[in-house]
Write a protein that binds this ligand. Structure first.
Ligand code: AAL
Length: 421
């Protein structure tokens, strides 16, 4: 046996002992791609046996941080709360430009959250709203085109408000799904959610520029009494998968605050019938829905609420999701540019940008509106932007101090100090 091989065997056998250790030690350097053949802690075992899509943030294709840019082209009446834009759809590309649709509210006053709403005063930021749209050449500067879907005529769902749209392109036609209110958001306080009750309806067009024909049909119904989604079917989000229309949505269960989870309803025709999946809810956390094809499955941005908030998740079948990455400072109501949302080609390439919103701006002064913004990320198999893979975000201290203790918390702490002997 040659001397090198002998030396190697001796080192592997006696190395640890010579180093004063009684077992192999985890190696120095970049985390090994393959699992070391040695006893591992649960934490290190999870690196290899867990559901993460990489052994560290820089090599995890489904990890990214998020960068934000203000948009040009939208006027908010100086932030007086009378104009609001929020809950934008996926961004799509057609006719050589980008298109996006969103909740547009223009009312004589800001919303009155405290029972003072009526036929002209909104009860919520998305009450008495319409679906408007805008186009852009670059995704940073937008040209507002005006209304796409107006409120419906009574008694049709959506007569009070239509909001929170998303877009489907299917067999040559465009479909806009939206929350279709049959009563004032927040008015049914009898239930444990915040009364933001509604089903989902749809309008269609031969062109992204309209005109849009309302179906005047509820295509995703509220669940039966006592079911998790009996009151709230929010954030309809269609994607083409397995040859069908997979429409994800948010439901709000009871509890204060209500638990938000996401369900799936599947149809073979854009106008339904949509059949809810028996395993609903399929995502146990989050708020607004945002998914995209990734490799042969689907990935989901899961933000804001729940045990698994601030995660990016992956599902091979569109039903069973697992945490692929943990992140932070996620976009609210992300509407990503998803070039392959309707291709169903089992080669999902991922996303790099989209629109989102910042909400309840200036609510403290009795004014409340939301504004659209752009987010960028690297959740793409075709981009490798290491700046987007940095997990350690340095915020200006003032940003953190803005999330200071409430008056009640400070009083609680000071009271506790007095008790210290
Ligand atoms: C949004 C969405 C739905 C809710 C409200 C407007 O973030 O979840 O649309 O109804 O908030």
């Amino acid at each position: 046996m040659n001397v090198h091989l002998t030396t190697l065997i001796l080192l592997l056998t006696w190395g640890p002992a010579l180093l004063g250790q009684d077992s192999a030690v985890f190696p120095y350097g970049a985390v090994p791609e393959s699992k070391p053949d040695m006893p591992l802690s649960k934490a290190m075992d999870r690196v290899y046996e867990g559901t993460y899509k990489g052994v560290d943030c820089f090599r995890n294709e489904l990890f990214s941080n998020f960068k934000y840019t203000p948009l040009k082209g939208f006027d908010y009446n100086g932030g007086d709360g009378t104009v609001s834009r929020r809950d934008s759809t996926k961004v799509i590309r057609a006719n050589g430009k980008y298109y996006v649709w969103y909740t547009h509210r223009q009312t004589p006053t800001p919303p009155n959250y405290d029972g003072g709403a009526n036929e002209t005063i909104p009860s919520r930021d998305w009450d008495l709203a319409e679906i408007w749209y805008a186009t852009s050449a670059d995704g940073f500067t937008w040209e507002e085109q005006g209304v796409a879907v107006s409120r419906m005529e009574k008694p049709h769902a959506g007569w009070r408000s239509v909001s929170t749209p998303d877009i489907l392109f299917w067999r040559g036609k465009y479909y806009l799904y939206y929350q279709a209110y049959l009563n004032m958001p927040g008015s049914r306080t009898s239930n444990a959610t915040n009364g933001d009750d509604c089903p989902v309806s749809v309008s269609w067009s031969d062109s992204p520029d309209g005109p849009w024909t309302p179906s005047n049909k509820i295509v995703v119904q509220n669940g039966p009494p006592g079911s998790w989604d009996q009151y709230v079917i929010h954030d309809p989000y269609p994607i083409v998968f397995n040859g069908k229309i997979y429409l994800y949505y948010k439901g709000e269960m009871g509890g204060k605050p209500p638990v938000r989870a996401q369900g799936l309803a599947i149809a073979e025709d854009p106008l339904g019938p949509f059949k809810k999946h028996p395993l609903n809810p399929v995502i146990n956390s989050g708020h607004e829905t945002s998914l995209f094809p990734f490799k042969t499955g689907l990935a989901a941005l899961v933000s804001r609420h729940g045990l698994e908030h601030n995660t990016i998740q992956y599902s091979p079948d569109g039903v069973n999701f697992e945490v692929a990455a943990i992140t932070g400072l996620m976009p609210i109501a992300p509407g990503a540019f998803v070039p392959d949302a309707f291709l169903d080609n089992k080669d999902g390439r991922g996303i790099t940008w989209g629109l989102c919103h910042f909400r309840n701006i200036k609510r403290a002064e009795g004014k409340s509106h939301s504004m659209l913004a752009r987010f960028d990320c690297d959740l793409s198999l075709d981009v490798h932007d290491l700046e987007m893979k940095e997990s350690d975000i340095f915020n200006d201290p003032e940003i953190n101090f803005k999330f200071g203790l409430s008056k009640a918390q400070r009083e609680r702490i000071e009271k506790a100090i007095l008790k210290v002997k």
